[in-house]
Design a protein around this ligand. Sequence first.
Ligand SMILES: Nc1ncnc2c1ncn2[C@@H]1O[C@H](COP(=O)(O)OP(=O)(O)OP(=O)(O)O)[C@@H](O)[C@H]1O
Ligand SMILES: [Mg+2]
Length: 391
Amino acid sequence: MGLYTEKQRRLLKRWQQGKLARINILQGAVRSGKTWISLVLWSFYAAGLPKDAPLLMAGKTLTTLKRNVLEPLKDMLGEHFSYSLSKKEAQLFGRTVYLEGVSDARSENKIRGITLQGAYCDELTLFPEAFFSMLLSRLSRPDAKLIATTNPDSPNHWLMQNYLSRKDLDLLQVRFRLTDNTFLPDDYIESLKKEYTGVFYKRFILGEWAVASGLVYPMFCPEKHVKKYPVSQNAAFYISVDYGTLNPCSMGLWQVENGSAYRLGEFYYDGRKQNRLRTDAEYYGDLERLAGDLPIEFVILDPSAASFIAEIRRHGKFSVRKANNKVLDGIRRVSALLKASRLLFHPDCRDIIREFGEYAWDETAKEDKVIKESDHAMDDMRYFASTVLCS
Ligand SMILES: Nc1ncnc2c1ncn2[C@@H]1O[C@H](COP(=O)(O)OP(=O)(O)OP(=O)(O)O)[C@@H](O)[C@H]1O
Ligand SMILES: [Mg+2]
């Protein structure tokens, strides 16, 4: 085993021969060694520039930039690299590097007007396209370079449509596979593979640009996931709620033991279908009936359900947690749990079982989007999984 993987060595050779492009995009599977070599290239590049060359490193947020890039760079370079998030600045071989998080909708305004020699982008598919095109226009110095890493996304994504699939740009793209990283132990690779299913497996393990299509949870299988179990004395209990007045309201009662969860029961009410809307006070009664005598650790709700959260708090019986509502992260989490048979359902949970057969991706969307129908029990389950079963 050498200092670099074979794939990394080839890229390094290109750099030594002066064959990097203006835009260099390292894309592919997770843990495949993209960030590592991109930081080596970025460091070499910066070290060879005049001391006053303006540089920028950007990530989705400053926090992810720190975790993914700034800390590894510090480990790699020791005293040659230091940074301050509060100043949004780093020092790389004595050169000043501006740091930027791009998640803000108007983030491109932050770089409007500046001139750059070099830019580094972490997780490029998570950038707004407007920021990226602004960034390219700011890289106006001769021989300016951009180095970016990313995992693949949908083939409809702006990065694929407007950059990677074009032949007329000064752009180098290198695809990394999981097997390219020969530093990873086999059992680690095997456990990584288990974490991803469906379209996420294609993207994050195989490194393919794949559309999210069909059912969101194709791995759900009644024979495997629907079972009758008794209530366990040693378990912890939770209720998750996707609140709706005009739209359906769904609540799930969960029993958690040894890292696995069992949906013991549910409440589901469709105000439109029933031609009558329920009040928050009535929903509170439904919540109490669902809980029965079980000691509920807390109730998890979508953060937008302000009136119902207030209603629950007023009674002082249940504690309340606002759910983590990052949709795609939650879907990935639920997928992995289903694949591992760590989410199971009582046969009486008819509405969630029905929604499993209907909840689908919107294949016409430019980015990953679910069709916002049959997503009520799906959402309460997702809130539960990403708040309680998050590790
Ligand atoms: N040349 C190398 N020498 C030693 N370790 C390496 C090398 N390249 C990669 N690694 C190891 O492999 C791990 C994954 O590499 P890296 O972070 O570059 O992957 P990545 O492709 O950026 O993954 P992700 O898509 O998850 O961000 C690193 O944490 C590091 O420990
Ligand atoms: Mg990376």
